[in-house]
Structure formats: C-alpha cells, structure tokens
Ligand binder design. Structure first.
Ligand code: IVH
Length: 713
C-alpha cells in the first residue's frame, strides 16, 4: 500500500514518508471510488478498500498537519456522474465506522459511555439491524408528498433520481398519516434481491450486454438509468434506516421513529431489534450472520445505533461518521449453493479440469457461478456430486472454492460423479499417467488427441509448425490462431492443403488482412519445402506427451523408417508382443514414455491424422549410427554435472552414436564421463581401470558426429 508496496507501521513513518504515502492514498482511493460509484465496477474487494481507508485515517491521526485538502477522509464516495441533475443534501449523508471484532464493538460501547459521562457498565440501549449491501438513497417528503429523491453521491451532493426512486415498491409516493410534517427526508438502502439479480443478469446476457458483478452494482446501475422505465423493470427494493432534514420527529428514539416510518408506508428490516445490553446486540450479530446465507438479499454486517436521539445528538459526528453508530462487518464470506453439474474444461495442453457449475450466488460481494474441483481425486476426496448443496468460499478474495458438501441436503437419488475417460471436447481417449517411481496415478487426466482436439488445436499446430518440428517459416501462433478461427485449418494435414484450397469458396490468403501476394507465396513455398522431412521431426511434431526432441530422435534412429516405426507402434499395443518388449529395450525409453506413446497411437483419430499426414509428406528415414562411430558398441556411464548439455541429452547423443548408457560402473564399462562433483563412481572406475573422460574429452571423442538431427531439408 505504501509506494514501495510494504506497509511500514504508522508509528515508524517519518513525516516525509507519511506525506508521500498520503498523497498516494488520496489518488488510489479516489480512483477506487470512481470505479465503485461511477462505473459500478469495483477493482478491489471491500476489505482491501477499507484497509486503504483505515491506513489513510491512521496516518492522518498521527500527522494531523499533513491532512491534504483532497484527503479521502473529507469525502464519502465519488462526485456524481454526469447525466443527472445534482441535488445538494440538506444534511450530509454520512458514512459508518467499521468494526471487525467483538473487542472493537466493546470499545465502541465504552467510548460512548465515556463520552456521555456514564458508568462503564451503564445500560445503553442500542438498535442492531442488518447492514444491507446496497446503495443509500434519500427521499424528501414535503407535506407528505414525495418531492425529490437522490443518491448519496459524495455525501454532500448526489444525483436527482426522483423518477427512478418513484418506481421502487417500498417507497410510498405519499406518506400514510393524517397530519404530515412539513419536511421529512427518509434515508435508506436501495437493493436488489438475489432472485431479481439473477433474472436481470440472465436477461442482460440474452441481450448480449455485460452481466453485473453483484447485486449491489446491479442495484446501483438500475437506479441510475436515465430512462426510469428501465429502473421500473428491475424491481428494486428499499429498507429505511434513517433520516436527513426533518421538521418534526415522531419519537425520541431511533426505534420509535423507525416504527413510525413503517406506519407511514416504508419497509424496515424485520431482523432489526432494540437491545438493552451490548450482549443482546452481539447476539443479533450472530443471528444475522447465521441466517445470512438464506436471506433473499446481501448483508455485509450489522449496524449498531444508540437508540436515544438526545444521546445521538450529544455524541455528534467525527469526520463524516456518527459517533453513535458502528458497522460490525462479517468476516470473509462463505455461502451455500447447489452444484448444478460438474463440467470439464480442456486446457491448451489437454488437461481435463473438473469445474463445479453452481447456482449463482454472491460470496463476499461477487457472484460465484463456478468453482474449480482441481482434479478427479479431489472430487473423490470431497465426494462432490451433481445436485449436492455445498459451502463455497472465496480464497484470498479471488478463486472460489468448495469447502465441503452439506451431506444432510444430498438428494436421495444422488450418485458419485463418474469422471469421463474421454475428452469432452473431441471424444478421444483421456488417460491418467502413472508416476514411474511410485506407480501411483498422476492427478491429471489428459486428452490423448491433441492433434484433433479443438481445445488444444492452436497449441498443437503451433508446436507442429515450430522450429524443431516442421519448421514452417512465417507460420507462428498468431497466424495459426487466425487460420483456425476462420476454419482454414483444423489439424496439421490441412496445412498441406492450404495452397490447393486457396481461394476456393473464401478469400485467397493474399487478400487476408496482414497478408499480400508476396507473403502468401512465401508461406506456400515454406510449406511445400516441408513435404520431405525426417522421421525424427515428424515424431517430435506430433506433440506426444514426454516425447521431446531427444526422445524423438532416439525413436527415429532405433526404428529407422516411418513404416517400421508406425507399424511397431500399432503392434506394441499388445503388451505381450515382441514389439512392446523391443520398445522398452531401447535405452532411454522407460515405461512413462512407452505408455505415452502407446496411448497416443491407441486413439484411432491420432492414427488417422498420421495416416493422412503420410499421404501428404515424404518421411525420410533417419540413418542408424555410423558403424565407424567411436562409440558404437561401447558402454558409457555419466557422473557429476555436465556443462554443455543436460544429462538426458548427453545420454541420447551417446545412444545415437551406438553406445549403451549404463547407470553404474562395472568391469564392462568402457568410458566414465565425469563432470565436476563426480564421487564414488570415478573412484570405482579408476579402481577397475575404466577410462575416465572429462566432458571436453568426451565431446572431442564425439567429434562432428554430434550432428545427429535430421535437418529439415
Ligand atoms: S445507517 C448515519 N444503517 O452503509 C449513518 N447504514 O457504510 C447512515 N447501510 O452509507 C447509515 N445498511 O448506505 C445505516 N442498517 C443500516 C445500513 C446502512 C446499510 C449503508 C449505508 C451507509 C453505509 C455506510
């Protein structure tokens, strides 16, 4: 929050730091006010906003001489938005001090008692009522008739929304009493019920308009419509909770006046209650908190008000908040809602993530309609089922989570969720891999058909055309995404049809935005040039999990030709086959890699893509290691760290040259390549008379033969 992002305790701030921070806070808070009040689109949570204001107030308390003319504490809310006429409030519309703990509340009561000169344990009657999460408005009556209605605005001046407030069902156009006062301004909270909010957002979406973030913003947006007929369609409500200028008061206590307002035709909150002791008031807080999730509207705390109006008068106002009232806020919110269904999202790389689709509910002021379930184990662990009532919470105010299932509310016909074994986007097989060390299944299930799966298409095509794969110049992610979006390409095979299909039924590539005859011609040439390509690049381009460039080369060298490789992949599906045994016998191919390879080729659509691709391109065989290689038939062991390449790269290079790479040194070892940090292996090698090479010596031994990759021709 400070300029440097870290809060120095207020007591340790120097005046220069304090001045700098107050200046930053003035700008930041004004900006948040603008988002909140004028755009109905807050950028921070209420808690964060409150923290900024508290920090500002604390610094100002310590350095009163530094209070700025534009200090946020002089201002409540933002100036009115243009569009409505302005209304100056006859009495300012105030704000409330916040409390977050019971201790804060006790301190408030003690402060009041001290101020009034009462004994600390004196009985001070309070009214405790829900703090409605809406927007405050003021409605002025003269001789019983509604004459003007206004929003709070900056507390001094609001917007004239008389016509709009007249559409609110809980606001009478005429006060129901025989001898009405000359002037009476009723103040209260305009709000929208959860049901009306959901209906409004559904209608907004149906009309292609943006949804409101929460009921409060929706209420604010609805009240501030320039066309009051729109406001009328939104079914706003109003709870009266105070007054402004009045010529006469119908009672000497807040409670009595509230009851008169009810008689005159206003709605007041039914959960409000007059409490003789502080403990009673705290019990109201607990009751409202307990009932909160089931209420038809949002509440964010309980407001305590000293009941006696003469005491209110004496207590007065400090910096825009009455000393006689306090808002006791609720902690981070949890809410109950229903899991309507469990949906699956497929990520760019094929991971299936389960998501609970919830009956929308506001949690901490934000509508939550989805919550992540992370993975299939999480669903089992929490036993979340479709139709379940669940407790949701927003962690760190951002990602909604399901905390637990309310078992008592589980429908009788409920069934455990069965995680699909096929990708919801493309219908292909989705597998869970096993950790090669523990044998345990991995958390994520993945779609095996990246090349045909729409959720993964752009990412896979990008990989397919990338430098180490098909290396198609001029075809980056941006171009691929645009081609894919416009239906020019669905999979890799389409790339090789682009030129032949160009212009058929749609504008030619040269006429597309960002393209011309030269660039289009260049791309077609680049693609044509890749119609002859090495097997290693093809294997790598398929984007099979765990098959990087090195493993792709290893496979290409081991099988030699495309025919041999693809035939082996089909045959090795049978784990009892010789082909499977052969696959595992390739040094550097472990079970994880084998499993990933076989899962890929088990999916018929992948096999179909490969078959179609083979019709378009000539796959060149990759030569087996030269017989003359100095490493052919030798056994090597690596130890210590290598500088020029990773251990696995070193291994596969050695294998490409016909060496066998072993894990430990024995009498059969020909070379031990020892980088810095080599330990017992080097000692053992020396003891056995095995030749020990440094990395440099080893690289020299490889000589020019290291260029094992098939370059794209
Ligand atoms: S009394 C003199 N009572 O909370 C103070 N305010 O954070 C006037 N609010 O501006 C407010 N429910 O918009 C009061 N039962 C309630 C309330 C309530 C919601 C709002 C009101 C106020 C804001 C202050």
């Amino acid at each position: 929050m400070t300029a440097g992002g870290v809060d120095t305790p207020v007591e340790r701030l120097t005046p220069v730091q304090a001045a700098r921070e107050l200046s930053c806070l003035a700008v930041t808070i004004a900006e948040h006010d603008r988002h909140y009040y004028q755009e109905d689109a807050p950028r921070v949570s209420d808690a964060e906003y409150d923290a900024l204001r508290r920090r500002n107030a604390a610094i100002e308390r310590r350095f009163p001489e530094l209070v700025r003319p534009d200090s946020p504490s002089h201002r409540i809310g933002a100036p009115p938005a243009p569009g409505f006429a302005k209304v100056r409030h006859a009495r300012p519309m105030l704000s409330l001090d916040n409390a977050f703990t019971v201790d804060d509340v006790r301190e408030f009561a003690a402060r009041v008692a001290r101020f009034l000169g009462l004994a600390e344990d004196a009985e001070i009657a309070l009214v405790a009522e829900p703090k409605i999460d809406g927007l405050s408005a003021s409605v002025r009556y003269e001789y019983g008739y509604l004459v003007v209605g206004a929003t709070r605005g900056d507390g001094e001046e609001g917007e004239n929304v008389t016509a709009n407030l007249r559409t609110v069902i809980d606001i009478p156009h005429e006060l129901r009493l025989g001898d009405p006062p000359a002037v009476f301004e009723v103040r209260g909270e305009v709000y929208l019920s959860h049901a009306d909010f959901a209906a409004l957002n559904a209608a907004q979406e149906a009309e292609g308009k943006p949804a409101y973030a929460n009921p409060r913003n929706a209420a604010s947006g609805s009240l501030r419509q320039l066309d009051a007929r729109i406001t009328a369609s939104r079914r706003l409500h109003f709870f009266a909770h105070g007054w402004g200028e009045v010529s006469d008061l119908p009672g000497a206590s807040y409670w009595k006046v509230l009851s008169a307002l009810r008689d005159w035709g206003f709605a007041t909150n039914p959960l409000g209650s007059r409490c003789v002791t502080l403990d009673e008031a705290l019990a109201v807080y607990r009751r409202v908190e307990a009932e909160r999730a089931g209420l038809a509207y949002d509440v964010d705390g309980v407001v305590y008000k000293i009941d006696r109006l003469d005491w209110q008068e004496r207590l007065g106002i400090v910096s825009r908040a009455p000393r006689w009232a306090l808002a006791h806020k609720f902690p981070a919110e949890k809410a109950l809602t229903v899991v309507e269904r469990i949906a699956l999202q497929v990520g760019r790389t094929g991971t299936l993530t389960p998501v609970a689709v919830l009956t929308p509910i506001t949690v901490g002021g934000v509508v939550v309609a989805r919550a992540t379930l992370h993975n299939e184990d999480e669903i089992v662990r929490k036993d979340v089922r479709e139709g379940d009532t669940v407790i949701v919470q927003r962690a760190g105010d951002v990602i909604p989570q399901i905390v637990a299932v309310v078992r008592d509310k589980r429908p009788a016909n409920s069934r455990p969720f069965v995680f699909p074994t096929h990708c919801p986007e493309c219908g292909s097989i989705a597998v869970r891999e096993h950790d090669p060390k523990t044998g345990e299944p991995e958390a994520a299930r993945r779609c095996t058909a990246g090349l045909v799966c729409p959720a993964q298409a752009v990412e896979r095509l990008r990989h397919f055309a990338s430098r180490d794969a098909f290396d198609i110049e001029g075809l980056g992610e941006k171009q691929i995404a645009a081609f894919w979006r416009d239906g020019l390409i669905e999979g890799p095979v389409d790339l090789f049809m682009l030129e032949a299909r160009d212009g058929a039924g749609r504008p030619a590539l040269a006429e597309r935005e960002g393209w011309g005859p030269t660039s289009a011609g260049k791309l077609f040439r680049a693609i044509r040039a890749r119609r002859r390509i090495g097997l290693d690049r093809v294997i790598y381009a398929l984007g099979i999990r765990h098959i990087g460039q090195t493993t792709a080369r290893l496979l290409a060298r081991s099988y030699g030709t495309a025919e041999a490789f693809f035939a082996a992949m089909a045959a090795a599906q049978d784990h009892a086959s010789a082909d499977y045994a052969e696959l595992l016998a390739i040094g550097g191919i472990g079970e994880t890699v084998a499993e990933a390879l076989l899962a890929f080729f088990a999916e018929p659509r992948n096999a179909a893509v490969v078959a179609a691709l083979r019709e378009q391109v000539d796959i060149l065989p990759v030569a087996p290691p030269r017989a003359g290689s100095p490493l052919a038939g030798r056994t090597v062991v690596f130890t210590g760290t290598l500088a020029a390449m990773t251990r696995s790269e070193a291994k596969s290079r050695a294998e490409a040259l016909g060496a066998k790479v072993a894990g430990s040194v024995s009498a059969k070892t020909d070379y031990l390549i020892a980088g810095p940090g080599a330990g017992t292996k080097a000692e053992r090698a020396r003891a056995l008379g095995v030749k020990v090479l440094t990395e440099e010596e080893w690289l020299a031994l490889l000589g020019p033969a290291v260029a094992v990759s098939s370059a794209a021709p």
